[in-house]
Structures are given as structure tokens and as C-alpha cells.
Design a protein around this ligand. Structure first.
Ligand code: GSH
Length: 436
């Protein structure tokens, strides 16, 4: 009894302290911001809302999201957490006493992360074409959007919510777009409900949750916002079609106990969660952990800087070196990026550097062009750190998971990175499969 009341008091204290210390930099119509608002509402976290003017970004936003300068930014105890999906996971980790959003089973968690990532890549981008493009490009946007929504409908199946009976992570990732559908439909002159009736029924179900209905912007407000952007000709920056990490997708697949996990960063997190008794990849401190995930996500997003046509190479190179500078600042004097033995971040940075140095982007007509970047001479520290970490990661995977179908020691500078990427891991035994 005494114990019970003590733990109650402590839990409440933690809750009150942290609730007081939460601020959200956001804009009402942002679908990404809506995700964070839903998550905070679900957890009952009190927070200060700060509407940002994105045409005239204030010092707080520029300071708190130095890398992307975008909303939403969640600020907890003075420390920023950027990127909506990462912020939602952070909220789920910190306020874990109520309304879990991610499933507890590692495989289900990986699946949820996969679908949320799918929403970012395959709903948001084609959706944007419906209000920024005309003619064939508009048609391509509409078709792409419907195709993705149908896939999501299939994933939902007959369940009330994506993760089961209650609102979960994938629901939180997708539902904000419901308030954008009206804009998409009006500018694109089509009906989502006619194509995906079950998905619209799911949207209406989600809206019965107060956390959702309170957080979503009015569709009319979003429509007016999009109309104004169109009038001003302020189309958002266009991303190349290839921006969605084209060569990791469909190549790296982890199969464990017959179940597939896709997307490299999700796989790494999954490995870390399943084999958690040895060599942790992610820091245990929740903030540090989130920070590592943000950095890894940054590396992942920025790799598209390289998958460009030849004529875009110069701009891509500039962009790349800006990113490397940021990473270098992040690395500081540390041997690895995080304070742990092996940094999650460098896992991907290693890949990245490796590919640039030795192979070049797959879609580039002349792969050797990429090598002209001279990463080795221009940014030796980053490359060395990348290589070290790359080797260490293989060691750890071998330690933790047993037999590899190939050597864990990388022959210096000789191996084709795509051979690694095409390796399929099966169960607790790892086999390499032949390359394409
Ligand atoms: N991937 C980011 C996307 C955030 C984003 O695109 N935010 C937009 C508002 S909806 C923004 O701040 N745009 C300002 C800009 O691009 O300068 C997330 O999930 O948080």
C-alpha cells in the first residue's frame, strides 16, 4: 500500500514536471504538426502551443531546428525534437504510462514504422502534386495517391485501426491527411471516397477520438491555405521522383522467423530491439536516443542529394558538403557519433560514404563521377569515422546473431556495397543470396 502510493506520487510528479516543460512550434494546417498534437493529446500532456509564421521564420524556430528549419518542433525541457514521426515516438517513449501508440512486439513495431514511413513518402508527395501540378503530372499525382491509399486500405483490412482496436502510431501518421483530402480532391477533381470507401470510414472512426478531432485543422481552412499558396505561385520545393531512397528500397530485407522487415533504419532499430542483450546500437537515454534517430534520419533524407541527373551534380555536391559539415559539427571530437559504442548514425553514414567513394549512385549515368567528389581528401574525418563504424557494425551483428554467409571483415575498399545490400538475412541464421 505504502509502495503503491509512493510510486503514484513519483509518477505524478514526473508527469507534472515534464508537462510544464513542453512547447510545440507548429502551424495549424501542418499535417506533420497534427501528428504531434494528436500524440500529446492522447497522452494527456499539457503543452504550450506556438504558431509559427513560415514566411518569416522566427529566431526560436531557426534555433531549435537548425537543420531543416521546419515545423513541427517539440521542445521538451528546453531540448528540441524535430521530425514529426520521431517526435511521436519520443512522446510514446517518455509518457509511456498511458495510451501506447507503438505496439510492444518488436516485429509489429517495425511494421508500424514501415507504414508510417510509407505515408511520408507515398501519400504526402503524390498528394502535393494534386494542388501544385497540372496535366500529366497532376494525373500522376492522383494515380499515385490513390494507389498508395488502396495499399493502406489493404493493410488496414477489417481492423478498426491500423494497429488493432485502438488508435496507434500508423493512425497518427496518416489521419492528418484527412484534413488535406478536401484540397487534393477539389484541385484534382476526383473523389477519394469513391476509390477508397473503407479508408474514409476509417478516417471518420479516427475522428471520433477527441485527440484527433481536436488536433486536425478544418479541411476548408487547409483548402484556403493551399489556394493562397497557389495564387502566390509559391509551390513548395519539388523533390525529384528518385528522392525516396530508391536503392535501399526493395533491396535490403531482413527476414526473421519468416517475417520481413524493410527499410534499413527500421531494420537496424529492429535488430537493436530484438537482440538487446549485446552491444546496444542506440543510446538508452531517451533524448540521446531520439537525437541519434534524428541524425540517422537526416543522413537518410539527404542521401537523395546524390541521386541526381548529371546536370544537377553541382547543386547536389554543394548540398552534400553542407550536410557533411553539419555531421562533422555533430561528430565534434568524439570517435563515433553517439556516446555509445557504435552509433546508429554512423551505420548509415558509413554506407553513404562507402557508396559515394567506391560505387557512386546507382542511377548516375557515369558512376565514377561520384568519386570525383573526393570525400577522402575533403572530409577525411567523416570518412574514417564512417569506415570504422561500418566495420564495427558487422562485428556486432556477427556477435549478436551468429553465422554470416560472408566475411564480417570488410576487405578494405574492395567490396561492392550492393552485394551487402542484396544480402537477405533469414531467421537467426544469416545467408547471403547471390546478387542480381
Ligand atoms: N518531415 C518533416 C516535414 C515537416 C514539414 O515539411 N513542415 C513544413 C510545414 S507542413 C514546414 O515547416 N515548411 C517550411 C519550409 O519548408 O521552409 C516532419 O515530419 O516533421
Amino acid at each position: 500500500m505504502v509502495e503503491e502510493s509512493l510510486s503514484f506520487t513519483l509518477a505524478e510528479e514526473v508527469f507534472v514536471t515534464s508537462a510544464m516543460a513542453v512547447t510545440l512550434l507548429d502551424t495549424r494546417v501542418s499535417p506533420f504538426g497534427m501528428r504531434v498534437r494528436i500524440a500529446l493529446e492522447e497522452k494527456g500532456v499539457k503543452y504550450e502551443y506556438s504558431e509559427q509564421d513560415l514566411r518569416n521564420k522566427g529566431p526560436m524556430l531557426l534555433e531549435m531546428n537548425q537543420v531543416y528549419k521546419k515545423v513541427p518542433v517539440l521542445i521538451h525541457n528546453g531540448k528540441p525534437i524535430c521530425e514529426s514521426l520521431i517526435a511521436v515516438q519520443y512522446i510514446d517513449d517518455v509518457w509511456n504510462n498511458k495510451s501506447p501508440l507503438l505496439p510492444s512486439d518488436p516485429y509489429q513495431r517495425a511494421q508500424s514504422r514501415f507504414w508510417a514511413d510509407f505515408v511520408d513518402n507515398k501519400v504526402y508527395f503524390p498528394g502535393r502534386k494534386t494542388w501544385t501540378k497540372k496535366g500529366q503530372e497532376l494525373e500522376a499525382g492522383k494515380n499515385g495517391l490513390i494507389e498508395s491509399l488502396k495499399l493502406l486500405e489493404g493493410e488496414l483490412g477489417d481492423k478498426p485501426y491500423f494497429e488493432g482496436d485502438k488508435l496507434g502510431y500508423v493512425d497518427v501518421a496518416l489521419i492528418p491527411f484527412y484534413s488535406w483530402f478536401h484540397g487534393y480532391e477539389t484541385f484534382g477533381n476526383f473523389s477519394i471516397e469513391a476509390e477508397c470507401p473503407k479508408l474514409i470510414a476509417w478516417c471518420k472512426r479516427c475522428m471520433q477520438n477527441e485527440s484527433v478531432s481536436k488536433s486536425l485543422a478544418d479541411p476548408q481552412e487547409v483548402y484556403v491555405f493551399l489556394m493562397e499558396l497557389r495564387k502566390k505561385g509559391l509551390e513548395e520545393q519539388e523533390y525529384p521522383a528518385s528522392s525516396v531512397n530508391p536503392f535501399c528500397k526493395n533491396i535490403l530485407v531482413l527476414i526473421r522467423n519468416g517475417k520481413q522487415v524493410c527499410e534499413s533504419l527500421i531494420i537496424v532499430q529492429h535488430i537493436d530491439e530484438v537482440w538487446k542483450d549485446k552491444a546496444p546500437l542506440l543510446p538508452s537515454d531517451l533524448y540521446e536516443r531520439t537525437h541519434s534517430i534524428i541524425c540517422a534520419d537526416f543522413v537518410d533524407k539527404k542521401r537523395h542529394g546524390y541521386i541526381h541527373l548529371e546536370e544537377e551534380l553541382e547543386a547536389a555536391e554543394k548540398d552534400f558538403f553542407e550536410c557533411v559539415k553539419l555531421l562533422e559539427r555533430e561528430l565534434g571530437e568524439k570517435p563515433y557519433f553517439a556516446n555509445v559504442d557504435i552509433a546508429f548514425l554512423l551505420f548509415c553514414c558509413g554506407f553513404y560514404a562507402w557508396e559515394l567513394q567506391h560505387r557512386g549512385p546507382l542511377s548516375l549515368p557515369e558512376p565514377e563521377k561520384a568519386c570525383e567528389l573526393g570525400l577522402e581528401t575533403r572530409k577525411p574525418e567523416v570518412l574514417v569515422a564512417g569506415r570504422n563504424c561500418f566495420e564495427r557494425v558487422w562485428e556486432v551483428v556477427e556477435l549478436g546473431c551468429g553465422h554470416f554467409g560472408f566475411s564480417s571483415k570488410l576487405p578494405p575498399l574492395a567490396i561492392e556495397p550492393t552485394q551487402k545490400l542484396q544480402t537477405v538475412w533469414i531467421g537467426n541464421d544469416f545467408h547471403s543470396v547471390s546478387s542480381r
